[in-house]
Design a protein around this ligand. Structure first.
Ligand code: UD1
Ligand code: CA
Length: 459
C-alpha cells in the first residue's frame, strides 16, 4: 500500500508573488496539478496534500480541476499552520497516518516535470530492496540551490546537506536531492519526532530523516530536467521551455506539422489531430481541440475552443468558441464569448463575433460586429453591418433568418428579428422586425436637385 503526500504549504518567497507558489501556472496547469498528474502510474490508496499559506485557495483550485486529474483517491488536505520546514510539514501527517503500515511517497509541490514512469520505477526499486527510504537524485549540471546527496558506495545515502549549509568542498558534489522520496512509513514515523532545526534556516528538514534510517538508497533519474524544482520566475520560464519541447515533440511525432516550432506555444491540455498545421507565432491554450486538415496561423491565438476539420484561421483570436468544418476565419477576426460558427462559413477582415450562433455557409467578410445574434444558413452580412445589442443597460438579441442579406453599413438595433430571404438596403438602421421575403429600406431618401449650386459670395 502506498500513500502519497504532497508538500504545498510554503509561500514560495522567491517567486515574489501573492499567489502561493504551487498555484503558479505552467503551460495551462498549476505546478501542484502537474505533480498530481505525475501520479498516474502509482495507484496510491491515500493522497494527502499539505497546505498552509493560502491553503483554501489551493484546495479550491484543485477541486476545480478534479475532473481532469488522473484517477486518485479523494484528496485529503492537511494543514501546516506554520511553515517550519519540509520535515515539519511531514510531521503533520502523524495523526492522519496512525496505524498505516505501507510506504509513503513524498513529493515537493514545486517539482512539476516528473514523469509518472519515474515514480513507478522509484517505488519498484524501494520495494524490491525493502529499503527504509529511497530517494530520487540527479547529476545536475548546475546544482546550485539544491540539497547535495552524499553516498557511500552502492548508492547508499549517508547524508543530505542543503546548498546553504554546504562547505565549499561539499558544494562540488553535483548529485542533488530531487525532493521525491519513498519512505517505509512505520520507520519514518519513529524518526520524525527526532528532527532538530539546527541549520542555516532554523527549519526542520525532511532530508535529515535519512540520517536515522537504514538502508536509504539513492536512484538517479535519467533525465535531470524532470526533477527541476521551481523556486523563482526564472526557473518557471525554464520549466516552461522544457515542457513546450516535450509537448511539441509529441505532436510532431503524432503527425502534426509545426512550422517554426520555437515561435509556437501549445498548452498540454490541447488536443490535435494528425495533419493539422500550426503556422508560426500561434498560441493554442486551455481546453482546445483542432481536427484534421486545419491550418492555424500564422499569428493566431486559440483558447478553449473546438475547431473542426479543414478550417483555416489566419491572424485571428478565437476564445470559448466552436468553429465547424471548412470555415475560414480571418485575417484579423475576433471570436469570443461562446460563438458557434457553422460549416463552410467565411469570417473575414476586422469582424468581431460575440455570443452568437451562425448557421452553415454564412459569411461576414468585412468590418462587422455581431453580438448576441443568431444567424441562419447562407446569410450574407454586408461590410460594416453592426448589431446594436446594448441599450446602455441590457443586452438584446438579433435574429437573422436563412439567406438574408444585409447591405453595407446597416445597423440592426436589437431586439430585432429579420425573417428569411430578407434584403436590408445599405445604410439602413433597422429598429423593427422584418417578415420573410421582404426588402427593408430604413434610411433617408436621396434627394437630387438638378442644376443647384452655391450662390456666389456677396461682395
Ligand atoms: C528542498 C530540499 C532539497 C531539494 C529541493 C528539491 C529540504 C530541506 N530540502 O529544498 O534538498 O534539493 O527541495 O527541489 O527538504 N514546504 C512545506 N512546508 C514547509 C516548507 C516547505 O509544505 O514548511 C513545501 C513547499 O511548499 C515546497 C516544498 O515543500 O513545495 C519544498 O520546499 P522549498 O522551500 O522549495 O525547499 P527547497 O529549498 O527547494
Ligand atoms: Ca524548492
Amino acid at each position: 500500500m502506498v500513500a502519497v503526500a504532497i508538500l504545498a504549504a510554503g509561500r514560495g518567497t522567491r517567486m515574489k508573488s501573492d499567489l502561493p507558489k504551487v498555484l503558479h501556472s505552467l503551460g495551462g496547469r498549476s505546478l501542484v496539478e502537474r505533480v498530481l498528474h505525475s501520479l498516474s502510474e502509482v495507484e496510491p490508496s491515500r493522497c494527502l496534500v499539505i497546505v498552509g499559506y493560502q491553503g483554501d485557495r489551493i484546495q479550491d483550485a484543485l477541486v476545480e480541476v478534479i475532473d481532469r486529474l488522473p484517477p486518485l483517491p479523494d484528496l485529503e488536505f492537511v494543514e501546516q499552520t506554520q511553515q517550519l520546514g519540509t520535515g515539519h510539514a511531514v510531521q503533520q501527517l502523524l495523526p492522519h497516518l496512525e496505524g498505516f503500515t505501507g510506504d509513503l511517497l513524498v513529493l515537493n509541490g514545486d517539482v512539476p516535470l516528473l514523469r509518472s514512469q519515474t515514480l513507478k520505477n522509484l517505488l519498484e526499486t524501494h520495494q524490491e530492496h525493502q529499503n527504509a527510504a529511497t530517494l530520487l537524485t540527479a547529476q545536475m549540471p548546475n546544482p546550485k540551490g539544491y540539497g547535495r546527496v552524499f553516498c557511500n558506495g552502492q548508492n547508499l545515502v549517508k547524508e543530505i546537506v542543503e546548498d546553504r549549509d554546504c562547505t565549499p568542498a561539499q558544494k562540488q558534489n553535483r548529485r542533488i536531492n530531487a525532493g521525491v522520496y519513498c519512505f517505509n512509513w512505520p520507520q519514518l514515523e519513529k524518526v520524525l519526532p527526532q528532527l532538530v532545526a539546527n541549520n542555516d534556516q532554523q527549519e526542520y528538514y525532511l532530508t535529515d530523516a535519512v540520517k536515522f534510517m537504514e538502508p536509504v538508497m539513492a536512484v538517479d533519474v535519467e533525465d535531470y530536467q524532470e526533477i527541476l524544482g521551481i523556486n523563482d520566475r526564472k526557473q518557471l520560464s525554464h520549466a516552461y521551455e522544457i515542457l513546450q519541447e516535450r509537448v511539441k515533440d509529441a505532436w510532431m511525432a503524432a503527425g502534426v506539422t509545426l512550422v517554426s516550432p520555437d515561435t509556437i506555444a501549445i498548452d498540454d491540455t490541447v488536443q490535435l489531430q494528425p495533419d493539422v498545421t500550426i503556422e508560426p507565432q500561434t498560441h493554442l491554450r486551455g481546453n482546445t481541440a483542432i481536427a484534421s486538415g486545419s491550418r492555424i496561423g500564422p499569428g493566431s491565438l486559440i483558447e478553449n475552443s473546438q475547431i473542426g476539420e479543414n478550417v483555416t484561421v489566419l491572424y485571428s483570436v478565437v476564445t470559448d468558441s466552436v468553429v465547424k468544418n471548412g470555415t475560414r476565419i480571418g485575417p484579423y477576426a475576433h471570436l469570443r464569448g461562446h460563438v458557434e460558427v457553422g460549416e463552410s462559413c467565411r469570417i473575414g477582415n476586422f469582424v468581431e463575433l460575440k455570443n452568437s450562433t451562425l448557421g452553415d455557409r454564412t459569411n461576414a467578410a468585412h468590418l462587422s460586429y455581431l453580438g448576441d445574434a443568431t444567424l441562419g444558413n447562407q446569410v450574407n452580412i454586408g461590410a460594416g453591418t453592426i448589431t446594436a445589442n446594448y441599450d446602455g443597460v441590457k443586452k438584446h438579441r438579433t435574429k437573422i433568418g436563412d439567406r438574408t442579406k444585409t447591405g453595407s453599413n446597416s445597423v440592426l438595433v436589437a431586439p430585432v428579428t429579420l425573417g428569411e430571404d430578407v434584403t436590408v438596403a445599405a445604410g439602413s438602421v433597422v429598429t423593427r422586425d422584418v417578415p420573410d421575403d421582404s426588402l427593408v429600406i430604413a434610411r433617408a431618401r436621396q434627394i437630387v436637385r438638378k442644376g443647384w449650386r452655391l450662390k456666389p459670395q456677396q461682395e
